[in-house]
Design a protein around this ligand. Structure first.
Ligand code: SF4
Length: 351
């Protein structure tokens, strides 16, 4: 189906506040090209997807969807740490071309940014969305239509950014979209601050996990992540569960991600992210072929300038050291772009 440029801009470059959703697609979107068999489709065929949705929605009554375990009744409009009720807030939905190559492919990763966050880091690079909750309230049917539209324009996956606190809505929308033709994989793009018990509800539904691995030290996590000193342990357990569910990163014949665990680690100044400890842990606890993206994009954002250790970008030496550690501990599936950046830094570094 040919999509006009005007239609494309109107319906997909939607930014919170001035967002125009593709309100109810007139016709069910049809998957284009290759039609993979996503996990949620298999679960639906076995008659289990609706049951999972009921189990997930039950958590909203006394919310324990994440390790904050606020216990608030979100169905009654109460808000916990993440400031979300049971209604969805979405900031944007559009093809994204800045993600990992296997997610982006030719047509982009169908990225949906959810407003609010259960972690709220002081250096958050999306703070207007995650801290201030900018976005627009929509229904689960609208989310289903957004998913279908992203598929219709050729996106290779549905990339759910900061999904943890709205997971029940996502499952509801995924089922509705699937019944109308959704066939592309779900990418669970999370901070990693997850409860294993909750992740088990996603077993067989999520095809690709894309978690962050931010800090390895409880003290650093407490300082920079709103008191979440349990983040390192929670996140380690979460990664093991994610790997159990989806295994190693797999691509199709065109190099497009189909399934698996893809870990992101953001290198931070003055080694505060614990990069060496992270790669040592990953190499010892996960297969060495686990996909790891060691990222250099840290920049001073939001309140980071108030903290001595993180009020500058990283140096080339800090990035080179990070990749070297990963290789030294034996990780053999590092993101190709991160290796290229390291090589560029090596070539141009000052003596
Ligand atoms: S999802 Fe939100 S309300 Fe629920 S436990 Fe986490 S922070 Fe609290």
């Amino acid at each position: 189906m040919e999509i006009s440029r005007r239609s494309f801009l109107k319906t997909t470059l939607c930014i919170g506040g001035a967002m125009t959703f593709p309100v109810r697609l007139a016709k069910a979107a049809q998957p284009q090209g290759r039609q993979p068999s996503p996990g949620y489709g298999d679960l639906e065929n076995r008659g289990q997807l609706a049951e999972r949705i009921d189990q997930a929605r039950a958590f909203l009554q006394e919310c324990r969807l994440c390790p904050r375990e606020c216990g608030v009744n979100r169905l009654a409009g109460e808000k916990g740490f993440c400031r979300a009720t049971s209604r969805l807030m979405v900031y944007s939905a559009q093809p994204h071309f800045g993600e990992e190559e296997s997610l982006v492919g030719k047509n982009g990763s169908g990225t949906i940014f959810f407003s609010n966050c259960n972690l709220r880091c002081v250096f958050c690079q999306n703070w207007p969305i995650s801290h201030e909750g900018r976005g627009k309230e929509i229904g689960d049917d609208d989310l289903a239509d957004l998913m279908l539209y992203l598929q219709q324009i050729g996106c290779h996956n549905i990339n759910l950014v900061t999904p943890t606190h709205v997971m029940p809505n996502i499952l509801t929308a995924t089922r509705r979209a699937h019944l109308k033709g959704l066939r592309i994989p779900l990418v669970y793009n999370t901070s990693g601050y997850e409860r294993v018990e909750i992740l088990k509800l996603l077993d067989g539904i999520v095809d690709i996990y894309l978690p962050d691995m931010k800090f390895m030290d409880a003290g650093q996590a407490e300082i920079y992540m709103a008191g979440a000193s349990d983040y390192p342990e929670r996140r380690k357990n979460a990664l093991l569960e994610m790997h159990r569910q989806v295994g190693l990163h797999q691509t199709d014949a065109h190099g497009i991600a189909a399934r698996g665990l893809m870990i992101r680690h953001l290198v931070m100044p003055n080694r505060v992210a614990g990069t060496q400890e992270f790669v040592r842990w990953a190499a010892a606890n996960l297969p060495k072929a686990t996909y790891v993206n060691i990222m250099h994009q840290y920049h001073v954002a939001f309140k980071a300038f108030e903290y001595d250790q993180i009020q500058r970008s990283i140096s080339t030496a800090e990035y080179i050291e990070a990749i070297d550690w990963a290789e030294r501990y034996g990780l053999i599936n590092l993101d190709p772009k991160s290796l290229a950046v390291r090589d560029f830094f090596m070539k141009h570094k000052r003596s």
